[in-house]
Design a protein around this ligand. Structure first.
Ligand code: PFF
Length: 452
């Protein structure tokens, strides 16, 4: 009798490559530096790392546990583990979050492709930081090129997802992730050896807690969730593809560590260069697209570096976008009995439609605002600070109060190797600390900052 092999990750390394691939992306290289810059530097970084440890890792473990135990997608998993209850709404929120995230994320991913193209054509040579800034604004406020690159990026994402978990997602991430690490380290070395770099390092590592507003605390939490890919079911979906004998505690710690190291390295890559090149802390989404070309200009072999580097940012973005699209594809496939191909096409087309509005909000739709934000800014803000933050909150409440300690520990601790003190601490954090902390920050930020 033929055994039908279920599609899933083949090894622990495969799981880590895919999950770290999801975690490491534009959130680390593009979003983390400018959010840190806008929210006080060193103090923000300390809070960020604190949230990764106290909230990020427990939520990540919870997602893996929910996914593997149910062997189901982001919504189906809650239906399976808590039948006849409204818990599936958390899954639904995750599916909506996937749409919101991918719509603006694919805009920036498209920019990275334009910058690969520009660097191949020597587009940065001889340009001042000011000129690079003008070029960035001119490009992003157009229509045709940014939309073209966004669509190409969505097609690339769809192509990987279409090939399935092991032959698509795992294969791609296993090759691309180690390459990314080597390149980031190389650019960091260049950045910190520029004259005047130390001021940037000081900005990144010296804490000034007086600069932290309540909103900055919410941003740190939101950024931690965004960067770790938690709160919307991407890791529930990946969890459903993990083999039963893969340990989930160590996997979560390794993925979170890799993601945090890469975020800090991105800060080390950006801030010293910003200060050394005399621009100080100019923030905003353009940060990476203006600063990096300026650094490349000032280094020997910079044009080659620029090509490889923008290619790698694109790759980091791609390994993340596939995990977001997979949330939608797994859902459509399992809940509506669609083929992978059909689910991929439907997911890609519908997300791309929303994506067009995000891309155009730098140009023709610049003046269309909702709550004082452009479509892009609104999606960017909502994704991390509302969807993922509340998603993370409900996920830990589900694990701590509905799934129950014995199922959680049983799924986590497959071979009974974890010390019971450790599991008790984790369960305590999941039941009490994480939900209270997330709720206090989210509600506090709304009342204190939202009304002023
Ligand atoms: N973690 C990704 C990044 O830092 O770029 C973004 C992301 C991917 C967020 C997947 C959420 C997600 F489910």
């Amino acid at each position: 009798m033929a055994i039908v092999q279920k599609d899933g990750f083949s090894s622990k390394f495969g799981v880590i490559a895919a999950a770290a691939g999801s975690a490491v992306g534009l959130g680390n290289i593009w979003r983390f530096p400018y959010i840190t810059g806008e929210n006080g530097g060193g103090a923000f970084l300390i809070l960020y790392v604190f949230f990764v440890i106290v909230i990020g890792v427990p939520v990540m473990m919870s997602e893996f546990v929910i996914g593997r135990r149910s062997e189901s997608n982001a919504l189906g998993s809650f239906r399976k583990l808590a039948p006849g209850t409204p818990w599936w709404l958390i899954g639904l929120m995750g599916i909506i979050a996937a749409f919101v995230i991918l719509s603006f994320y694919s805009t920036v991913s498209g920019w990275t492709l334009e910058y690969v193209f520009q660097s191949i054509n020597q587009g940065f040579t001889g340009k001042s930081m000011n000129q690079l800034n003008i070029d960035f604004v001119t490009f992003t406020s157009g229509s045709f090129r940014p939309l073209l690159w966004q669509m190409i990026f969505m097609l690339l994402t769809a192509a990987v997802v279409m090939c399935g978990v092991q032959k698509g997602i795992e294969k791609a991430t296993k090759i691309l992730m180690p390459m990314l690490l080597v390149l980031i380290i190389a650019v960091c070395i260049r950045s910190v050896t520029l004259t005047g770099a130390s001021e940037g390092l000081r900005f990144l590592f010296e804490p000034h807690f007086e600069k932290l507003t309540f909103k900055a605390v919410l941003m740190a939490l939101g950024q931690a969730a965004f960067s770790l890919s938690i709160g919307m079911g991407a890791l529930i979906t990946y969890g459903s593809y993990i083999k039963k004998d893969t340990p989930l505690l160590s996997t979560s710690i390794q993925v979170a560590s890799a993601d945090t190291i890469l975020a800090i390295l991105s800060g080390i890559m950006i801030f010293p260069a910003l200060f050394a090149l005399g621009v100080g802390n100019t923030g905003g989404p353009g940060l990476v697209f203006v600063t990096l070309p300026a650094i490349f200009q000032s280094m020997p072999g910079g044009s080659i570096f620029a090509i490889v580097f923008f290619l790698l940012i694109s790759v980091a973005a791609l390994t993340s976008t596939i995990s977001v699209l997979e949330v939608v594809v797994a859902y459509l496939k399992q809940e509506f009995n669609m083929s992978r191909l059909k689910a991929t096409i439907l997911g890609t087309v519908s997300i791309s439609i929303l994506g067009v509005f995000c891309t155009l909000s730098f140009g023709p739709l610049k003046h269309v605002t909702i709550f004082g934000k452009t479509v892009f800014d609104l999606m960017n803000y909502l994704s991390a600070n509302v969807f993922l933050t509340f998603g993370a909150l409900f996920i830990v409440i589900f694990t701590g109060w509905k799934l129950g300690k014995s199922s959680f520990v049983d799924e986590l601790n497959q071979s009974g190797k974890i010390n019971p003190i450790v599991t008790n601490v984790i369960v305590f954090i999941i039941k009490f600390i994480a939900p209270l902390a997330i709720a206090a920050i989210a509600i506090g930020a709304f009342f204190i900052e939202g009304l002023t």
